[in-house]
Ligand binder design. Sequence first.
Ligand SMILES: [Zn+2]
Length: 225
Amino acid sequence: MMCGMGKLWSSVLDLALPLECGGCATPGTRWCGPCADAYGQGPVRLRPRVDPGVPVWSLGTYVGSRRQAVLEVKEHGRRDLSQPLGQALAVGLSRLRELGELDPPELAPLALVPAPSRRAAARRRGGDPVHRIVGRAAAALAPEQVVVAANLEMGRGVRDSVGLGAEARTRNLDGQVRLRGVIPRTGTVVLVDDVVTTGATASESVRVLSAAGVRVHAVLALVHV
Ligand SMILES: [Zn+2]
């Protein structure tokens, strides 16, 4: 019942949104072909300043329609973009498998771990966009059974990292990423984030997961700065 109401409500919200592309504002579509192409060129391997010790990948740089789409989904509540961005992540994951960077599903089940975001920010936005996008990515890989392990939380002591350098970001996150609940310890575990800037969030997340006996195989972000 609740689920049905939720769906109905999200449909109502979708209808209330102006119909324009989330990447380039072209009217008459939620997500246009060229913007989909702009997200479909990666993944590219990154060398973040704060190295999490596992391969870090991104679907592209934080510019143009890629940047705009992330801003729309994070700051302007464009939930309808979760689907195309999740689809782009799913394509990126498939490419990493083709490159031999991740095991195929028949060898190891895939678990996607959304990177933690600041609680206050997630609340204000009416839910965590990264979690939603990761859920769409998992669905896009069907019939493969993909686990979405939303077990990482950001503590209350974390402040907005905009404008902070690598060292300050690392200090800001020190001891603030927490693991909650049970997380799969087998299979291929990929940490997923929206934007990789210095790699500080990814590094702290990988460290916390490792300490709990979870081996992270890769980090995949929608975009990188
Ligand atoms: Zn577009």
